[in-house]
Design a protein around this ligand. Sequence first.
Ligand code: TXD
Length: 319
Amino acid sequence: MARNKIALIGSGQIGGTLALLAGLKELGDIVLFDVQEGVPQGKGLDIAQSSPVEGFDARISGTQSYEAIAGADVVIVTAGVPRKPGMSRDDLLEINLRVMEQVGAGISKYAPEAFVICITNPLDAMVWALQKFSGLPASQVVGMAGVLDSARFRYFLAEELGVSVEDVTAFVLGGHGDTMVPLTRYSTVAGIPLPDLVKMGWLDGKRLDEIVQRTRDGGAEIVGLLKTGSAFYAPAASAIAMAESYLRDKKRVLPAAAYLQGEYGLDGIYVGVPVVIGAGGVEKVVEIELDRAERQMFQKSVDSVEGLIAACRKIQPSL
Ligand code: TXD
């Protein structure tokens, strides 16, 4: 069987980590793309030189040309610029929207069959724009945020309770960042919902609220520590889990920014919901019951995504 091909558009902090993880997991051959000359080539060569030590076989190459992504099975997009001092959120939106336009055209021309995972911020709006620019079916284009947000939630809970991260599941909905909605009653330790753990006296209710807030601020906490960039190990690991579910048809149920067509009473926007990812891409959007408070939080999140989409449309009315 021929190896799969994974194209990474953007070879910065997350892109490089994605290449290393995809190599270590032998997901396939890897093409790193970036506008910065030498960077994808250098990172590719460096990772390739780790393969004899780690014992994995993969062709890893770097490129400035979209042609090199031809026939990719999976494309993971991290291309974009970070927000710099003096740059407003709208400035950032406009620059990254232009980047999505280029990336969408490249994918549409050379890898129209690929499963596309977008990571670039502002996530929910960028994945929406990328799907439009690429013209790929919405089931083939998805955004990564929920796996990361729920991983942070799981890690904090496991640490608090002194249990294995493997036995903690967490459920998050909504947009990435401040407006994410951690659903505590659907989050469990070995199947026991968090509110029951509070009742049992294993978890303090106030501590749980603090952990929820820390999860919401998870990205900012890391930016505050790193000072020169944002998180990249856990974001890369999260996108790799999604790619793996697609390539191996695992049909994992993962939170992801998916295109809604009537689900949750929404139409035509991307927002974080649980989905099944398998060989057919996003094979199913899982629609769960929300109580009043959860619905309100979800709506706040949807409003902020809709605001970003409106801002994109203002910049590019044809979208
Ligand atoms: O959960 C999530 N979705 C996120 C999102 C979690 C963490 C970080 N998140 C966002 O991912 C972050 O705000 C950024 O928008 C992306 C990528 O983060 P990373 O830390 O990898 O950023 P880098 O190191 O700046 O890498 C971006 C690369 C860089 O090498 C640029 O040269 C390149 O993108 N770039 C481009 N590549 C291709 N094509 C174009 N036009 C282009 N412009 C810049």
